[in-house]
Design a protein around this ligand. Structure first.
Ligand SMILES: [Zn+2]
Length: 105
C-alpha cells in the first residue's frame, strides 16, 4: 500500500493508518518513524471533517424534528455522527497531505 510523504524529511514513512491517526491541524500529531518530526493532516482534511460533521449535525436535527419518540432519535442520532467520524478517518487514510504540526507538545 502506498505510503504518505513526511513533510519534514520527504520520505514515504506514514502508512494510511498512521496518517489517519495523526489528527487534524489542531492536534499534537504523530512522530515520523524516520526523522521524528511531528505531522498532522492539513487543510483539506480539516475542511472535509467540518463538512462531514456539519452534515451529521443537520441529519441529527432533522431526525430530532421528524422522530416523535425521543428514545428513538437519541441512538439513531449517533449513527450519522459515527458515520461522519468513520468517513473522516477513511479520508485521512487515503487522501490529503500531511503537514508539519504547529502545536507545541
Ligand atoms: Zn520524516
Amino acid at each position: 500500500m502506498k505510503k504518505h510523504i513526511c513533510p519534514h524529511c520527504g520520505e514515504r514513512t506514514f502508512t494510511p493508518l498512521m496518517k489517519a491517526r495523526c489528527g487534524g491541524m489542531s492536534s499534537v500529531g504523530k512522530h515520523c518513524p524516520k526523522c521524528g518530526g511531528r505531522c498532522v493532516n492539513g487543510k483539506v482534511s480539516l475542511a472535509v471533517h467540518s463538512v462531514l460533521l456539519l452534515a451529521a449535525l443537520v441529519m441529527i436535527v432533522y431526525m430530532r424534528l421528524t422522530f416523535v419518540e425521543p428514545s428513538e432519535w437519541l441512538w439513531k442520532g449517533l449513527l450519522p455522527l459515527a458515520a461522519a467520524l468513520a468517513l473522516g478517518f477513511l479520508f485521512d487514510m487515503f487522501f490529503g497531505k500531511l503537514i508539519e504540526a504547529i502545536r507545541l507538545e
